[in-house]
Design a protein around this ligand. Structure first.
Ligand code: AMP
Ligand code: MG
Length: 518
């Protein structure tokens, strides 16, 4: 029996209207809405870790009661489904009311450790916030969200989680690249899980509507429920401290994404978690050949607003939008100036720590900066795989550096040859630094391998798992879920999951090109 304690619903104002008809919802944070049933739900996969965290057993999650609940065909006692109201800036412009258009929260579970975990179905049918769309999700995007949520967790990166992946038995029509080519795809639902699904956009909507009362209620609620560490602060300092914490958490998240080569793809303010979690896995991607300008999102291909290298700047821009919304409540510029300054500081500090660890240095020294810039420049121009490069760099013997060790990270033998002299010179200097630092080689290697993953959810791997699942074979989803449990460990017999992107995947839909259509 799970314990539900649905505070979002109980403590925040709700929409008096029920049902899922489209509407603008004013002065309320949520709307009651029931999931729309599906024809033939099948549980394709679930996360053992998340299941155990919630206090569920295999038998429970596989039971018809739970499979029904996880597919929108029924409710477990204590569940009270609702959709949240929020707005957001999309691609730099205020977009008005967005809200949970296809997400339906089921309630907040409090587990035996007293942790709060909200369960939310993604793709469970239309809500008052669905705008022009169908409230559904396709199998490909659901597999991607399911696997990546858990992979990020195991990498040690703050994220919303995923409990289950269900196939609905219904079809969903999608025009994947918005080019007049609609296809029937399999429908699916992920049950995602998070201590809070509150986004920057939850605050923005009330500020934009000049509804200070609801904004204040939501701020108080968020501080109370989601930031218990603030309870000990004097009341007059709490708000400023809260904004500062949000800035610092967001900064840390950005440094962690940059560490592993994760590109979110749609960093709109409605996709920014107030807890600094990775949220809303859509057209995200993992950097193969190192390229700060790379974006997996074809919708963003022209502007590259959300490309790999710009993520830290965009997160700051999003924090400025949050500040702007909160300013209507507390018009004290110092609060926001201070928070944003902390963002810059925290990002620089964390990024410095990330670089130190990635390169296996004992400490950070400013004179390492040109060395690091040079290799990033070389990795970009010589098309070198980010993940493979850092694992191989850990194997370099500083006493006798051998460039050949790194060649397995190169995508193009021709480019490798072209840049070989510069790469050799760089390696010599790097080895010299390591020698000068005098760190024990085994220690350096271990430190590097604990921050440079061996396995990430490469885009083409996710796509292979999707193609198989589409034919009814979920074995690769299971296997990826398992490989990605220990992303920093060398796993014997699983080398293929660490392989560089094959040539066929370079420009293939789903592998390097994704869209928001999901
Ligand atoms: P996203 O780009 O996934 O963050 O979505 C932006 C907004 O569009 C959010 O309000 C979503 O709930 C909504 N949305 C996206 N896809 C759908 C869909 N298939 N049905 C209804 N709403 C959707
Ligand atoms: Mg979203």
């Amino acid at each position: 029996m799970l314990t539900f304690d649905n505070r979002f619903l109980q403590e925040l104002p709700g929409d008096p209207e029920t049902g899922n008809q489209l509407r603008q919802v004013f002065r309320a944070c949520w709307s009651h809405v029931a999931p729309t049933p599906v024809s033939a739900p099948t549980l394709l996969a679930y996360s053992r870790e998340m299941m155990e965290t919630l206090g569920l057993s295999d038998a429970a999650i596989q039971s018809s009661e739970w499979v029904n609940a996880l597919s929108g065909n029924g409710l477990i006692p204590g569940m009270q489904p609702y959709a949240m109201c929020y707005g957001g800036h999309q691609f730099g412009n205020w977009a008005g009311q967005l809200g949970d258009g296809r997400a339906i929260s089921l309630g907040e579970v409090v587990n035996s450790k007293g942790e709060r975990w909200e369960l939310q179905l993604k793709g469970a049918g239309v809500t008052p916030y669905s705008r022009m769309a169908d409230g559904r999700a396709v199998l490909r995007s659901s597999v991607r969200e399911f696997l990546c949520s858990e992979a990020m967790h195991h990498l040690g990166i703050p994220t919303t989680r995923a409990l289950s992946l269900v196939q609905t038995g219904d079809v969903v029509i999608r025009d994947m690249f918005y080019n007049g080519n609609p296809q029937a795809e399999k429908g699916a639902i992920v049950c995602r899980v998070s201590p809070s699904f509150i986004r920057f956009g939850n605050f923005e909507i009330y500020a934009m509507r000049e509804d200070r009362e609801t904004l204040q209620t939501l701020v108080d609620f968020t501080i109370n429920r989601d930031f218990p560490e603030l309870a000990s602060y004097p009341e007059e300092e709490r708000f400023a401290e809260w904004f500062a914490i949000v800035c610092v958490r967001t900064a840390r998240l950005m440094a962690q994404w940059m560490r592993v080569g994760f590109v979110h793809g749609v960093m709109n303010t409605d996709n920014m978690s107030i807890l600094g979690l990775t949220i809303d896995y859509g057209p995200y991607g993992w950097v193969d050949n190192f390229d700060p300008g790379w974006t997996p999102n074809t919708t963003d291909a022209a502007g590259r607003r959300y490309c790999f290298g710009r993520q830290p700047d965009i997160a700051r821009w999003n924090l400025e939008r949050l500040a702007q919304a909160l300013y209507s409540l507390r018009p004290e510029r110092e609060i926001y100036d201070e928070g944003l300054m902390l963002y810059d500081q925290a990002y620089n500090k964390e990024w410095g720590a990330v670089l130190t660890a990635k390169f296996g240095f004992a400490v950070w020294r400013d004179e390492y900066e040109p060395l690091i810039n040079e290799i990033f420049d070389l990795m970009y121009h010589a098309e070198i795989d980010m993940t493979e490069f850092f694992r191989k760099l850990a194997l370099v013997d500083a006493a006798q550096p051998d460039l050949a060790l790194l060649e397995s990270a190169a995508y193009s033998p021709a480019l490798w040859d072209t840049f070989k002299p510069r790469l050799a010179e760089w390696l010599k200097q790097y080895a010299h630094v390591c020698q000068t630092e005098g760190r024990v080689p085994a220690e350096r290697r271990k430190a590097m391998n604990s921050v440079n993953p061996r396995y990430v959810l490469r885009n083409y791997l996710a796509q292979q798992a999707i193609d198989l699942a589409d034919q009814g074979d979920v074995s690769m989803i299971e296997e990826l879920l398992d490989v990605l449990r220990k992303p920093y460990d060398e796993q014997l017999g699983r080398e293929r999951f660490a392989a560089l992107r094959p040539d066929w995947a370079r420009h293939k839909a789903g592998c390097s090109m994704l869209s928001c259509s999901s």
